[in-house]
Ligand binder design. Sequence first.
Ligand SMILES: CC(C)(COP(=O)(O)OP(=O)(O)OC[C@H]1O[C@@H](n2cnc3c(N)ncnc32)[C@H](O)[C@@H]1OP(=O)(O)O)[C@@H](O)C(=O)NCCC(=O)NCCS
Length: 133
Amino acid sequence: MLNEAWLLKEGIRREENLLKQKWGFFAQMYHGAEKFWCVDSKTKEELGFIAVQENGYIFFIAVGMNRREEGIGKYLVNSLGRKYDCITCHVRTTNMGAIDFYEKIGFKKEELVQCYYEDKGDALYLVYFPDLE
Ligand SMILES: CC(C)(COP(=O)(O)OP(=O)(O)OC[C@H]1O[C@@H](n2cnc3c(N)ncnc32)[C@H](O)[C@@H]1OP(=O)(O)O)[C@@H](O)C(=O)NCCC(=O)NCCS
């Protein structure tokens, strides 16, 4: 599914100027992560996926632009169940939609990390404790 993941990511990068990871890094991280996909049971269309490292760090989450705000992102995070005591992620400080999303499902802002991204963009480090929900 790496190619499908890359196509979804690149579509979002072109349209929304987000998710700027380069191919080599993306492929390496994707292979090393646990992935959960959401697939439309009727059309078999891939709607989105989450990729998580073994320490509960979300390397990647994305939902196709035509299927946003239907609960798919929340479903993907919930698909991690109680496997991790703590789930974490970084999100660009300018990505207001994703910050709102994470906060709605229970993530808390832990730290501002300046110059986190390759292009020197800042990140928020967010933390979520599933057992407290
Ligand atoms: C962030 C993202 C995964 C959210 O997926 P989604 O399927 O649209 O989210 P959901 O429908 O599960 O939303 C869950 C909650 O967050 C809210 N939410 C989702 N996107 C939002 C937005 N852009 N602005 C405000 N609230 C938002 C929903 O309204 C919902 O709230 P509710 O529970 O009160 O109804 C999706 O917007 C995306 O793929 N964005 C581009 C990639 C990206 O930025 N990834 C994160 C990088 S760190």
